[in-house]
Design a protein around this ligand. Sequence first.
Ligand code: HEC
Length: 215
Amino acid sequence: MGIKSVIVAGGVIGFLAACTDNPNETKLQYFPDMADSPAFKTQGNYINPPEGSIARTAILYPDTPEESEKVLQNPFRGQPGEEKHLAEGKHLFETFCTVCHGAAGKGDGSIVDKFARPPDLTQDLYKKKQDGFFFHRITFGSALMPSYGHAISANERWKITSYVRHLQNGEPPPAPPAEQGQQAEPTKDESKAVPDALNAAAPRSEPVPQKQEVR
Ligand code: HEC
């Protein structure tokens, strides 16, 4: 028997072995992931979701600050525990914003010698803005300002917003939080204020035309 016949015979046996009448028997697959993987084009999308699909983990926010002003409401506004929220907002503002915006929001942070000077957040222009404007800017950033949607939770962004409003009123700094330096735990009153901890956006009365996605 020549070598060719051996190869052919081996192939036939292998082929027959792969075909079995018993549907309960697992067939032998060599590199199954290669055989079963869906082929997709280089640089192409792995999936092509139908129009209007939304990632299950996505949180949708209005596309523009103007739209945010209209449809988003600060869930902590006028809620019990305001002092505590403000103190947390202060801590967060000092962590994320002071370096550029300055402790009082005047745009005189320590970075300004080396970076574009941010605007004074206590000026009238910003006093007239709704809370949703600040929430949107913190979430998505601006021309030169970094976005913080990935790093600061929605609840924290609202607390920072409350603190910016506090600075705009020129009020004295709030009392430090009870557990200084600790990550703020959601409290009872807070969970009442924000039923869905992930999405602090207020319910919308009408659909928002354009949306941006934060994961
Ligand atoms: C790296 C520096 C930097 C940090 C950190 C920073 N900002 Fe800014 N921010 C800027 C600059 C610069 C501008 C103005 C230019 C621009 O719009 O990009 C600005 C603009 C803004 C505006 C006005 C936007 C507008 O459209 O007029 C708001 C509100 C604001 N920042 C809030 C915040 C808050 C709140 C934080 C903290 C969560 C923060 N920023 C952190 C640099 C920074």
